[in-house]
Design a protein around this ligand. Sequence first.
Ligand SMILES: Cc1ncc(COP(=O)(O)O)c(C=O)c1O
Length: 366
Amino acid sequence: MNLQLDAPNLGEIEQEALKACLDSGFVSTVGPFVREFEEVFAQFVGTNCAVSSQSGTAAIHLALYELGIGPGDEVIVPVTTFVATVNPILYVNATPVFVDVDSRTWNIDPEEVRDAITSRTKAIIPVHLYGNPCDMEVLMQISREFGISVIEDATESLGATFDSRQTGSFGHFGCFSFNGNKVITTGGGGMIVTNSEKAADHVKFLANQARDERRGYYHPEIGFNYRMTNLEASLGLAQFSRLSTFIQKKRLFRSIYEDAFKASKAISLQSEHACSKSSWWLSCISIDLDNLDLDELRKNIASLGIPTRRLFCPVTDFPPYRPFKTRDFPVANMLYQRCLCLPSSTLNKPVEVEKAAQKILQLLES
Ligand SMILES: Cc1ncc(COP(=O)(O)O)c(C=O)c1O
């Protein structure tokens, strides 16, 4: 058994796409695949525009920058997330305001968002954690009620839907990642989607060192080098052609885990909101046992050839973010103590996932 947690699935289609790109000579940021990838991406997500970027982190940074968020402004984020959701808020010298997550979906709790709003709140960054969509209906209602922007961190949720609409298409901006472990990969890259053509044009300009191409090398603003390369986009297009197969497989793995653990009183799974269809980028479980030593359990599971990963540690536990901790986060802490991400790579065979689930079950029941 050679189970993978989140390794990318690369094959002949990807090799051919990369070869075609190499043969064309356009390996850097000029070349036709970047535009093509942006077009098919926007069409799939259902937004007017998509702008590619160098990473998901760069996408979130550009979205905050485009919204003009800066010193003195507050941005509400869930405390259970990867630090890359939070760092861009600090890059623009704004203040992250952390809120707790929902114990069922593990996503930002809309009631907590409401309570955290002040006159300085400029944006909310909901994170569709592990591919599981947030309650976008309530979050967009809050956004309208208080005039606050929404930047969806959809870095983990490509292909997941809420009310049959793709994640990333609800907010003012949606940000995706194509890092090696994501639903599809470009090696490293990202995408920003929006319905505003004006914003998309300006984001594209900012990502290209704010270069006014009509005037040659003329730079009327300070920009960034946040572009995707043609080589990355060629890989992205190849991976994109396999997206529905990847999602079907990830959802199959999740149903295998669900079936295997349904009789267990100790194990529960991350849950979908009633209107959501998660991509289950990673299938994750919560283990409710007295005196649970999660790291010890991970070692025992690893000795069976099964890789796992702990849930994201609450961001405010890390030194740079401690000054922003103004309260406790009981749900995020509880989840961090109990939860594990299980093998979810589309390289895995369903029969191996089934065996792994049975072994984990036996270990926990022994
Ligand atoms: C929740 C979350 N936000 C942001 C990012 C940043 O994406 P990237 O690694 O492409 O910069 C990631 C992935 O790494 C992530 O998991």
